[in-house]
Ligand binder design. Structure first.
Ligand code: MF3
Ligand code: CO
Ligand code: CO
Length: 270
């Protein structure tokens, strides 16, 4: 199965879409606070995307095979929710951690990125999970270079997660991205170095590890979308869209509000 190599013109469009997705996270950050509902966050993001950016929220009505159309414009995954949390009446409270996952379409191309936010003051355990998951994503991204392999990415992530006593969710992975939301290749967050697809300049895909504080097992809720940890342990996720370049990689979903790597705490929404 063929993996798309993007042309310079396509890459320019991917840069724009990626930056716009990241900017939605910057804009929503101040609203991630106790008392807000996940539905409020969805509405604010939707209005910004459609009204200001003139982007299309890719999740809205997205219906991959076997799924009902996703009913909202963003994903909001709180505490033990692993991914694909559906915004609604749920009210954030102090100590919650939340992943907000934004995918926009601009000029036919997708940008996909997510961050963790603290609602008020996080517990030591929650903060540690979010920070280590952030470093897992970056170690995966470090492995993105021409001549490298997809398995290098998964290995780097798994190694760092498990060394810290955490587990990697297996059922969901990063993905190629471009004119389609999810395209080839699948980017597993576990694996062995030197295995899998050979990376080549012009490939664009996401790195988006989901890391659980407890066991790796997950369960899907009756809404057909929300994924939770089976043991109800906390779960965290971060996501960037990256481009393989001639010399290494370029992260396409950076913005002024993206937390710096290794500076300790990720962004805190108070
Ligand atoms: N943004 C998610 C990802 O990183 C996918 C969400 S699918 C949706 O791949 F329909 F739930 F939005
Ligand atoms: Co993604
Ligand atoms: Co995403």
């Amino acid at each position: 199965m063929a993996v798309n190599i993007k042309s310079p013109e396509e890459i320019q469009k991917m840069r724009t879409a990626g930056r716009l997705a990241a900017e939605v996270l910057d804009v929503i950050a101040p609203y991630v606070r106790p008392g807000a509902t996940t539905g409020d966050l969805d509405r604010l993001c939707h209005e910004y995307m459609v009204g200001q950016q003139k982007t299309t929220p890719a999740p809205l009505n997205y219906a991959p095979p076997g799924y009902q159309p996703f009913p909202k414009s963003i994903c909001t995954s709180v505490n033990h929710v692993v991914c694909h949390g559906v915004p609604g009446e749920k009210r954030l409270k102090p100590g919650d951690i939340i992943n907000i996952d934004i995918t926009v379409i601009k000029d036919g191309y997708h940008g996909d990125t997510s961050r963790m936010f603290y609602v008020g003051q996080p517990s030591i355990q929650a903060k540690r999970l979010c920070e280590i998951t952030y470093e897992c994503m970056w170690r995966g991204i470090d492995a993105v270079k021409p001549g490298g392999f997809l398995g290098d990415i998964g290995h780097a992530i798994q190694e760092h997660a498990e060394r810290n006593g955490y587990s990697v969710v297996r059922e969901f992975c990063g993905h190629g991205i471009g004119t389609k939301f999810h395209e080839e290749p699948q980017v597993l967050h576990y694996g062995r170095p030197g295995t899998g697809l050979l990376l080549q300049p012009g490939m664009t895909f996401t790195v988006e590890p989901m890391i659980n504080a407890g066991k790796p097992d997950i369960r899907q809720l009756a809404d057909g979308w929300t994924i939770v940890t089976k043991d109800h342990s906390l779960s965290a996720q971060w996501e960037h869209t990256v481009l393989v370049t001639e010399t290494g990689h370029e992260v396409l979903t950076l913005s002024p509000g993206a937390p710096e790597r290794g500076t300790g705490a990720p962004f805190t929404g108070m």
